[in-house]
Design a protein around this ligand. Structure first.
Ligand code: ZN
Length: 108
């Protein structure tokens, strides 16, 4: 996904473009899970793109992979890590595409 789209989307989520630029610039390009989730929008474990939303607060959010069921704690630019909380913490009736996640509302 082009960086410009990611910055626009982060701005939609309440952050300035300058801050978003700093955040995305700080993502560790050598960290596999970081690249998978933040850059490719996919599960580091199975490569799937669909996730269920979970608890969130501040810059952090928990998401559950629809494909393999692994739960991830994400808070860019910090490296994602897996969680072992239960499915009850997630809204299994809702799914979103991680590739669209950082794209601004109303953008194609
Ligand atoms: Zn997965």
């Amino acid at each position: 996904m082009p960086t410009k789209e990611r910055l626009r989307a982060l701005t939609v989520r309440g952050r300035s473009v300058a801050l978003a630029d700093q955040i995305m610039g700080a993502v560790d390009a050598n960290d596999g899970p970081s690249v998978a989730i933040y850059t490719k929008g996919q599960c580091p474990n199975c490569g799937g793109h669909m996730f269920n939303p979970g608890p969130q607060g501040g810059l952090a959010e928990n998401v559950r992979c629809v494909g393999c069921g692994l739960k991830w704690h994400i808070a860019a630019p910090f490296a994602p890590h897996t969680l072992d909380n239960t499915d009850e913490a997630y809204d299994l009736t809702r799914e979103f595409d991680m590739r669209e996640y950082h794209r601004g509302e109303g953008e194609a």
